[in-house]
Design a binder for this molecule. Structure first.
Ligand code: SF4
Length: 272
């Protein structure tokens, strides 16, 4: 009870941010019976992949609790117009602010919140999260020493496993995310050609300057999708993969993707 107002203080809310990726999903499973009043949220940019929605549905069924799917007040294309067609990149990253963080902050309002985030104990990842003073971030995996093998075990034991897109992509988030490696763009082209086409249609040449607004700074998707370029990207990926295997034998995901690059660049609210 607040003495000044005479009203009962609102209880602190416990909220877990889901990205549709493996770590936040494992955290939801890990906390399900530890924090009974936990609220689950997923900030849906409207530009996610089908596999992400399927994975969230699987998790929702396991949890037996609803996942709040938060939408931005305007679609990506609206903000793109405001930014005059300049695509977001790792430096400006306006998409995360407008499509992920603002809907989350609206959902929280002025309530006091503990926000649970799925960074693991074996990561040294910083990220872009809300810094509102009423939102306190907590990292249970870091506190409890949970590492990647533990996460994979939690997912396997629950029967949920990994998201299907992990066959060809290392992160959750928008299909056009600029954090993707080139081999993942090739994966998008081969697994979701229509989404690749849509991503390509967002790329433009500025008539005033002749500069290209591309998802990859130095290469348009049209150039990347040429058969000879795809072959080159695949060969380069195989070479890196062999090198990674040589260095870290028997590390399953390291055989698929360069994780150090992933950890450095990924966005906490989008990709965990
Ligand atoms: S997933 Fe990538 S493109 Fe989508 S909001 Fe996050 S940083 Fe932006």
């Amino acid at each position: 009870m607040s003495e000044a107002s005479g009203k009962a203080d609102k209880p602190v809310r416990h909220i877990l941010s889901l990205s549709g990726g493996k770590d936040s999903t494992a955290l939801a499973i890990y906390l399900r019976d530890r924090i009974p009043d936990l609220e689950y949220v997923f900030c849906d940019t409207g530009e996610e992949m089908r596999e992400t929605y399927e994975y969230l549905d699987r998790l929702e069924a396991y949890l037996g609790r609803p996942i709040n799917r938060l939408n931005p007040d305007r679609p990506f294309s609206h903000f793109l117009d405001i930014y005059r067609g300049v695509l977001p990149d790792a430096r400006t990253r306006w998409c995360t602010r407008k499509l992920k963080i603002m809907p989350f902050e609206r959902f929280v309002g002025n309530d006091r919140v503990i926000n649970y985030i799925g960074i693991r104990a074996d990561e040294n990842r910083k990220g872009y999260i809300s810094h509102k003073p009423n939102i306190e971030p907590r990292y249970p995996f870091v506190e409890d020493g949970i590492v990647k093998e533990d996460v994979l075990r939690i997912l396997a034991d629950s029967g949920i496993g990994l998201p299907d897109y992990y066959r060809w992509r290392s992160r959750s988030g928008c299909y056009f995310c600029f954090f993707q490696q080139r081999i993942e763009w090739v994966g998008l082209l081969e697994n979701h050609p229509q989404l690749f086409q849509r991503a390509m249609e967002y790329e433009k040449i500025d008539p005033a300057t002749g500069l290209g607004f591309y998802w990859n700074q130095r290469e348009s998707l049209r150039a990347l999708s040429r058969p000879e370029r795809i072959e080159q990207i695949k060969q380069e990926h195989s070479r890196r993969q062999a090198e990674t295997e040589r260095i870290r034998a028997n590390t399953p995901l390291a055989a698929l993707f360069d994780e150090e690059a992933e950890d450095e660049r990924a966005c906490l609210i989008c990709s965990l």
